[in-house]
Design a protein around this ligand. Structure first.
Ligand SMILES: [Fe+2]
Ligand SMILES: [Fe+2]
Length: 121
């Protein structure tokens, strides 16, 4: 049964990363995963950032900086993914696991609590 205490759009969008973590085990998937990640980052981060702006979220600057670091690291990984699939998939896997711990389970959770309290979700 679905929990009712989540911000649904945020939770649903975060699920994409778990799918990509599964997919990264497939040989030759690095380029496609990086494409999906880029699309994910553009859309998902834009939505979180829009909510933070509209609601004048106190942790906004640090949160946006964290998103920007993700964007930068993603661009770096993307550079030679097509020639080094295995290496790129290893890096993506580590990168996504760290992101889950450092961001989704921590500062995104704080934002989620704020959105739920604000009734704006
Ligand atoms: Fe975030
Ligand atoms: Fe997020």
């Amino acid at each position: 049964m679905e929990k009712t205490s989540d911000v649904i759009w945020q939770d649903t969008q975060h699920q994409v990363l778990f799918e990509l973590l599964d997919q990264v085990a497939e040989e030759g998937s690095a380029v496609e995963i990086l494409g999906r990640l880029k699309y994910y980052a553009e859309n998902h981060f834009a939505l979180e950032e829009e909510y933070m702006l509209q609601l004048d979220y106190p942790g906004r600057d640090a949160h946006v900086r964290a998103h920007d670091r993700f964007r930068e690291e993603l661009a770096e990984i993307s550079m030679d993914a097509s020639t080094h699939d295995a290496v790129a998939r290893q890096i993506i896997s580590t990168f996504l696991r760290e992101w889950l711990t450092r961001h989704i389970f921590t500062i995104d959770k704080e934002l989620e609590a704020f959105l739920l309290a604000s009734d704006a979700h």
